[in-house]
Design a protein around this ligand. Structure first.
Ligand SMILES: NC(=O)C1=CN([C@@H]2O[C@H](COP(=O)(O)OP(=O)(O)OC[C@H]3O[C@@H](n4cnc5c(N)ncnc54)[C@H](OP(=O)(O)O)[C@@H]3O)[C@@H](O)[C@H]2O)C=CC1
Ligand SMILES: O=C([O-])CC(=O)C(=O)O
Length: 376
């Protein structure tokens, strides 16, 4: 079975898959009348589906087109995967894929540094009319990077198409705040995005999809998304608080004069906002309570907390835009923590619904916050 890229040499789209009408649409009430472009698709299937507008060229005529004429032979490919003992393909949806954070994250995902060097992946990138051309550029860059583990890149504007059967949904697409704004002020604009995407995940994603909500205000957005996806286990929804954990670890390490990896057991209580509480009481440095190592209690109680709470805002003042590279790194850390056993005695911070833990906490209150451990 051949697999060809879907760009012409000039980079324009060759293959578009118009959305069909019919029964599927009835199940998908919020489906938007938009199209999907696959960047590396099964060309034979497109012809079958009547979706291809240009027949796949024979290899002999492909000379001189560089990456655009790449042909993957999926049959040989699966043999190749077997011989390399690769795992089964994991399908990852990323929204806001043409944005700043994604621009860092996608290449980390494709390189294998997140899921491992034995884990082939398919990237399904969600954009909008506003970002679609940029998204094509992103897909081109991914293809040009020739990552062996990246088996498929597809881009689209309809979450009901992009989220189909995905194992992970990294929900980044949302308006960022500007200088002087609080993240909560974004709720009016961004909340609806997460309601819509929750419904789409509920309808078409893998029933055990893991969802990481990054777009701000991320705790509330995660809750909105979760409430709109009742078929997906609540414990699968995470609001990204890992960036705060990393920032807190960094500050403690700098103050103690140790390397970052000596800081453990860092919890972020509360929302990813200026009201959060980075927990220095339970944090450890080199296995000892942070308070024993850092004797400057005033610094811990005042400066440390304020620094972590306001780090994102200060960064916006300096950069003129919100953190992107360090956020991408923290998404990588968050995923890795969810797929690998937590080191003995340590934990990590992630925003999950306490409703899920209600038997534990005897509370029906929804909060999106928890310190977690993964057992291997
Ligand atoms: N939880 C955390 O730790 C962090 C969260 N964030 C948050 O992540 C989100 C994305 O940040 P970043 O990638 O830097 O942002 P960018 O502006 O670079 O990209 C955001 C993408 O979101 C989509 N989007 C959806 N609605 C809007 C809108 N109304 N205005 C603008 N863009 C919109 C756009 O994609 P499209 O058109 O394809 O939909 C856009 O490409 C923000 O909400 C930001 O506050 C940032 C840092 C840390
Ligand atoms: O500050 C922002 O708005 C972006 C963000 O969430 C962060 O950097 O922590």
């Amino acid at each position: 079975m051949g697999l060809s890229t879907a760009y012409s040499p000039a980079g324009s789209r060759l293959v578009t898959t118009p959305l069909g009408a019919g029964a599927a649409q009835l199940l998908r009430p919020r489906r938007t009348p938009l199209a999907t472009v696959r960047c590396s698709v099964d060309a034979a299937k497109q012809v079958q589906d009547g979706a291809a507008t240009v027949a796949p060229e024979k290899p002999a005529s492909r000379k001189g087109f560089g990456v655009f004429s790449t042909i993957y032979d999926l049959k040989a490919d699966s043999e190749h995967c077997k011989s390399k003992s690769w795992k089964k393909l994991v399908s990852i949806a990323v929204s806001g894929a043409a944005g700043m954070i994604s621009n860092h994250l996608l290449f980390k995902l494709a390189s294998g540094e997140v899921f491992g060097q034995d884990q082939p992946i398919a990237l399904k990138l969600l954009g909008s009319e506003r970002s679609f051309q940029a998204l094509e550029g992103v897909a081109m860059e991914l293809e040009d990077s020739l990552y062996p583990l990246l088996r498929e890149v597809s881009i689209g504007m309809d979450p009901y198409e992009v989220f189909e059967d995905v194992d992970w949904a990294l929900l980044i697409g949302a308006k960022p705040r500007g200088p002087g704004m609080e993240r909560a002020a974004l709720l009016d604009i961004n909340g609806q995005i997460y309601a819509d995407q929750g419904k789409a995940l509920n309808a078409v994603a893998s029933p055990n999809v893991k969802v990481i909500v990054v777009g701000n205000p991320c705790n509330t957005n995660a809750l909105i998304c979760m409430k709109n996806a009742p078929n997906i286990p609540a414990k699968n929804f995470h609001a990204l608080t890992r960036l705060d954990e990393n920032r807190a670890k960094c500050q403690l390490a700098l103050k103690a004069g140790v390397f970052y990896d000596k800081v453990s057991n860092m919890t972020i209580w509360g929302n990813h906002s200026t009201t959060q509480v980075p927990d220095f009481l339970n944090a450890k440095i080199d296995g000892r309570p942070a308070k024993e190592v850092i004797k400057d209690t005033k610094w811990l109680e005042e400066e440390f907390t304020l620094t972590v709470q306001n780090r994102g805002g200060v960064l916006i003042q300096k950069w003129g835009r919100s953190s992107a590279a360090s956020t991408a790194v923290s998404i990588v850390d968050a995923i890795r923590s969810l797929v690998t056993p937590t080191p003995e005695g340590d934990w990590f911070s992630s925003g999950v619904s306490l409703y899920y833990w209600k038997s534990l906490w005897h509370s029906r209150e929804h909060r999106v916050q928890y310190a977690m451990q993964i057992k291997g």
